[in-house]
Structures are given as C-alpha cells and as structure tokens.
Write a protein that binds this ligand. Structure first.
Ligand code: AHR
Length: 504
C-alpha cells in the first residue's frame, strides 16, 4: 500500500461553474465515423434517415452537449455546397486529408438532423485551407439566415424552412500543421481568420468563433503561433483552440499516466499567452479556450500507414483502447475540469469508430470502449461548481516528468442536487492508495455510491466478442465519518465517489 493521500475541498473555494460543453465530442468525415458509425442505412437499427439507433442510444447516454463537425483535417478541403441538396446530385470527391473518396451522401443538413436526435448542439468548422472568406460567410448565411437571400432560400429549397442557428463556428482546423491542406504561417492564418470572422459575424452577429491555436504543445511554432494569431483576431473571436493526443509508444505506463500534467502545462501556457495579448491590447476581454481535440491516439498508426488510398469509409484511426488508456482519459478530464475557468469547451476526439469511445461493426454490434466510462461519469456527474483540489499525495518520478502525484483528483459540487462528486485516479500501477477527503465546509455527508473502473491487466480491452471485459462496478470501499471520506483506491483505478451533502 502506498503512503496516504489527502484532499481538502471547500464549497467556497471554486474554480468555476463547469460549462457543460467541456464534455463535447467530435465527428469528422474520416474512416467509419459517419459511414458505418452514426449513419448506416440498411443496418437493422437504422431509422428512416439511415441513423443507427444503437449508436444514438450510446451517445445519448453520454449526454454529449456539443459535437464538432465535419473536421478536423477533412474540413480544409471541404466544399460545403457538395454536401447539401438532392443526394443524387452530390459530387464524389477525392478527400486529400485522409486519401479516401467522400461520397457526400451524408452532409451538413443530415448532421444537423442527427444532432437533434442525439440531443446535442453543432459546432461547425469552416474551410480556411482551400477556401476562405467567401465560403465562410456563405455557409453561415445558408445555415443561420432566416430567408430572403440566395443561400438562405437555398436551404429552404433543400427542405429546411427554419434556420439551423448554429451558434459555434471554428475558423479552420490545425492551420499551423504542415500536414494541413492549405497550411499557413501564423501571419497568413491570422489575417484570413480575422477577415472570415468579420464577415461571418456581419451575417450573424450572434455566433461565437474559435480561432486555431497550436495542434499540440510540441509544435515548433508554439506559443508564438498563439500570440501572432491573437494579435490579429483578439477582438473578433471568443475562443482559442488547443489540440493534444498522447500515446504510450515507449510502453512506459507510469510516464504515460503522467502525461496529463503536460496537458495542465499546455493549458496554463496558452492562458498566459492569451493574457499577454490582452495586456498588449489594453483589452478588457478574457479569451476563453476550446480544447476541441483531445484523446489517446497511437494504437492504429501502423495499420493506417499501410492503408490503400481512395477507398470509401475504410477503417482508419480505429484505436482499440485498453484499461490504462481509460485512466489517462480520466486524468485528462480532470485536467480540463481543473482549468474550467478558462476551458469552456472541449471535444473528446472523436465519438464513433475513429479514436472513439464507441465502436461498431458495419452491419453488426456497437459497444463501449474502455474510455467510454470516464467520459460518461464526468459528463453525467460532473456538472456544477468545480472546487479547487487541494491535494497532498505521495509522488513518483519518470524519465521525462518528475514529481507526479499518485492521486489525480477533483470534486464537483452540484448545488441543486445537493451532491458532491469526487473523480479520482490512482496512478500507482502496483499498490492501492489510501485517500482521505476532507469536506469540512459541508454538513453531514452520505455516500451515494463509489464507482470503480479497475482491471488486473492494464492492456485489457473491450471487443465485440467481449464488450464488458473492462467495465465499472459499484463496490468501491469509500466510507464517510461526518465530513471525512476515506477510501482505498485500487491500484491503477478510476474512481467516482458520489456524496449527498447538506449545506451547513
Ligand atoms: O482527430 C483526428 C485528426 O487529428 C484531426 O482530423 C486533426 O485535426 C488532428 O490532427
């Protein structure tokens, strides 16, 4: 057993009210995310629109508040006009980002319909790779203008009388990356993002915009990219994006689980850069963050490098997630919550089949990957006030990251439901961790349940044949005495301790 860890939470020491959009996700026209994922006419569960109801059910359970669409790298070659109107007229295109053929059978309007059925909001990206200001203003007109103009009337002609009223728009995707179709320097991107932002808001002043930050903390242009882009766009956008994926290529699980500390550093450096530009501009506005791509991504890299090009919806980026991946996803969710004063939106990338919590077989089953569970638990129980986690924990060192606390944790206070939920990961790979949570500012507390995700095998995965190999149980050992909760967190475990609390 490891040395004891301690956490103090006080209802008055708040980080922020968690914006529910921090539990967003992402669907890209990539691999089988759309075709064979959310959309498969002919599947036994498909509705009249071809939407898989088994997949929709698993998504609704996650209570996903917002979904980014249609990319990703895909959006930098996307002609939105190809994806609307009569299906028989839609163009097949070579899709250069992922080297496939896009049939456009499923497009923008179909996605808006899907989002309604999934009880979610749309976060739409515009193409600032091959296209620019003109296409950006036209899609906002098509989507959000009521009627009486060419593009709004075209939407009506396509069967959508009411505007879609998409509120959140991304100004391109990962424009700092040389892999991007139409990659730009920070100066070039900053200029076009500013001009696109202006006209998009002239069409619909109620929309909110996300400018592209760096594609990862490791980009050579980080954080100069952020500073230059914001120099141009600060007054015209509400959010700056962050993207980050981690892998365990070196098979060093202790280091892998420490990666969320890098995510903390990434968010804090981007925040500092935003505040630098705020000071430089003598601005009163606080730039918010949209961490609109994050996850574990590496398992499928080798397979993908062997893929034959120009197929329609081939399996791509189909990472099969194991138990340790779920633990890091849990740590990353805690990192987002720890920074919920600035991170208002975030998208687990992605939602179905492509580096996703949900996997499907074409014509077959849909099941939950290991990472589904921390995402589910935080989305469902992590709504309310994020409380400052004062954590004292024994620590460990890795070859790259030192002083890694075994305990990663945060508490969320849902005042309306009179509940506090503690999300906690024990990063120790071999020993359980005794933890004491001091809830001194709350009245008498009662345990509602202690949910645990654990496995004897860090590499255990869920498959169609064994969909529940890694699944949570509710036999956690948390007990409460007055306002002190104690628990032994199992080695390498994800924990959700739900408490009924009363105000003192
Ligand atoms: O999510 C997969 C890809 O990762 C996205 O298309 C791109 O934006 C990022 O590099």
């Amino acid at each position: 057993m490891a040395d004891k860890a301690k956490m103090i939470v006080d209802k008055d020491f708040r980080i922020a009210e968690v914006d529910k959009r921090i539990y967003g996700s992402f669907i890209e026209h990539l691999g089988r995310a759309v075709y064979g994922g959310i959309y498969e006419p002919g599947h036994e569960t498909a509705d009249e629109a071809g939407l898989r109801q088994d997949v929709l059910g698993l998504i609704r359970d996650l209570q996903v508040p917002i979904v980014r669409y249609p990319g990703g790298n895909f959006v930098s070659g996307y002609n939105w006009e190809d994806s609307v109107g009569p299906k028989e007229d839609r163009k097949r295109r070579l899709e250069l980002a992922w080297r496939t053929v896009e049939t456009n059978e499923f497009g923008f309007n179909e996605f808006v319909d899907w989002a309604k059925k999934a009880n979610t909001e749309v976060m739409m990206a515009v193409n600032l790779g091959t296209r620019g200001v003109d296409a950006a203003r036209n899609i906002v007109e098509y989507s959000n203008h009521p009627s009486g103009s060419y593009y709004s009337d075209l939407r009506i002609k396509h069967g959508y009388k009411d505007p879609h009223n998409v509120k959140t728009w991304c100004l391109g995707n990962e424009m700092d990356g040389p892999w991007q179709i139409g990659h730009k320097t920070a100066e070039e991107y900053g200029r076009v993002a500013l001009e696109a932002a202006k006209v998009m808001k002239w069409v619909d002043p109620t929309i909110e915009l996300v400018a592209c930050g760096s594609s990862s903390i490791n980009m050579p242009t980080f954080p100069e990219w952020e500073a230059t882009v914001l120099d141009h766009t600060y007054d015209h956008v509400e959010y700056l994006s962050l993207h980050q994926y981690y892998g365990n290529r070196e098979q060093d699980s202790a280091l892998f689980l420490a990666r969320s500390l890098e995510m903390d550093r990434f968010i804090e450096t981007v925040t500092a850069t935003c505040d630098y530009i705020k000071a430089k501009k003598r601005s009163k506005k606080k730039m918010l963050l949209s961490f609109d791509e994050w996850n574990v991504w590496f398992h499928s890299n080798e397979n993908d490098s062997k893929m034959e090009p120009w197929q329609i919806a081939p399996p791509q980026l189909e990472d099969v997630y194991n138990h340790e991946d779920a633990l890091l996803v849990g740590c990353m969710l805690i990192s987002l919550l720890k920074h919920s004063d600035r991170v208002r939106m975030a998208c687990l990338a992605q939602l179905v089949n492509v580096i996703a919590p949900i996997m499907t077989e074409n014509g077959g089953a849909a099941w939950k990957q290991t990472i589904y569970y921390p995402y589910l638990h935080t989305s469902v129980y992590g709504r309310g006030q994020a409380l400052v986690p004062l954590v004292q924990s024994p620590k460990y060192d890795t070859k790259e990251i030192t002083d890694v606390p075994y305990l990663e944790a945060i508490a969320i206070h849902n005042e309306e439901a009179e509940e506090v939920t503690v999300f906690a990961v024990n990063r120790h790979l071999n020993e359980s961790l005794p933890v004491e949570v001091d809830l001194r500012s709350f009245g008498q507390c009662q345990i509602i349940e202690h949910i645990v995700l654990e496995s004897d095998d860090l590499k255990a995965v869920n498959t169609a044949a064994q969909p529940d190999r890694v699944a949570p149980h509710k036999n956690g050992n948390a007990v409460v005495d007055g306002t002190t909760v104690t628990a032994q967190l199992g080695k390498a475990s994800w924990n959700v301790i739900r408490l009924k609390v009363s105000a003192k």
